[in-house]
Design a protein around this ligand. Structure first.
Ligand SMILES: NC(=O)c1ccc[n+]([C@@H]2O[C@H](COP(=O)([O-])OP(=O)(O)OC[C@H]3O[C@@H](n4cnc5c(N)ncnc54)[C@H](O)[C@@H]3O)[C@@H](O)[C@H]2O)c1
Length: 252
């Protein structure tokens, strides 16, 4: 149970959902973890529960000064950061092209896409000092294909962009021993998913579930294995790749 010994990780969006699941498993695998989120009470309570190897820091992923602060405090507390899980994101309004407001489009792009750049810019200097790094950028199957029941070109634009940013950064930083991969969940049972509605799909008598060969939505824990693997030295020769965990949703 020490697959992440000597790893110092920042996980964004760690207060709930998939980020919380990743934080729990990272700690169980021996990592030191900075849990970063804007939901302070939830995140602090989780860090308290996880013990001395967990530290909650309030971080709005759209703010460069918050990233700087998190890296500085993280380095002082645990040493150089060598893992970043760029997980936080929002779904934004589920709206077709003509119904999507431009300000909503920009907000989704800022939170989901621009933050990926800010996060990489903030941690790479620490990883260079460490001499090793693994960045896992959380995209979605909406960064691979269009998803039935979730018309949202803003979300898709942001999640497709993460694929490209990941490959570009992987290419640039491979020679410095920093690996960068993207992870693409299908439908996962998290507060984000529960808050989203699928009314249009059910009106048509068709459900997004019908699109999943394994026939169900996944639990958060089913996404954590791939993130632990990519963060660990077991994945030492894997970079620039798209890792899809979707119950087979994108195979047809
Ligand atoms: N749930 C799914 O089915 C699903 C599918 C594919 C991809 N994803 C992606 O996985 C990631 C995690 O999703 P989730 O379902 O666990 O979501 P969630 O809403 O349950 O949790 C997301 C966390 O991110 C935090 N967050 C939001 N905006 C933030 C900001 N500006 N700064 C810091 N933290 C912020 C929230 O406070 C929250 O704690 C997201 O990037 C999401 O797009 C989710």
């Amino acid at each position: 149970m020490n697959r992440l010994e000597n790893k110092v990780a920042i996980i964004t969006g760690a207060s709930r959902g998939m980020g919380e699941a990743h934080a729990r498993e990272f700690i169980a695998q021996g990592a030191k973890v900075i849990l970063a989120d804007i939901k302070v009470d939830l995140g602090q309570a989780l860090a308290d529960e996880l013990g001395d190897n967990a530290l909650f820091i309030k971080l709005d992923i759209t703010k460069p000064e918050d990233w700087k602060n998190a890296v500085e405090i993280g380095e002082k507390t645990f040493g150089n950061i060598n893992v970043l899980v760029n997980n936080a994101g929002i779904l934004g309004p589920v709206a077709g092209v003509m119904d999507l407001k431009y300000e909503d489009y920009l907000k989704v792009i800022e939170i989901n896409q621009h933050s990926i750049l800010l996060g990489m810019q903030a941690v790479i200097p620490s990883m260079l000092k460490a001499g090793v790094g693994s960045i896992i950028n959380v995209s979605s199957i909406a960064g691979i294909v269009a998803c039935f029941g979730f018309p949202n070109v803003a979300y898709m634009a942001s999640k497709f962009a993460i694929r490209g940013m990941t490959k570009g950064a992987a290419f640039e930083y491979g020679p410095k021993n920093i690996r960068v991969n993207s992870m693409h969940p299908g439908f996962v049972l998290t507060p984000m998913m529960i808050e989203a509605t699928d009314e249009d799909a059910s009106k048509e008598g068709r459900s997004a579930l019908d699109e999943i060969p394994l026939g169900r939505i996944s639990e958060t824990s089913e996404l954590t294995g791939i993130v632990v693997f990519l963060a660990s030295d077991e994945a030492s020769f894997i970079t620039g790749q798209e890792h899809i965990v979707d119950g087979g949703m994108t195979i047809h």
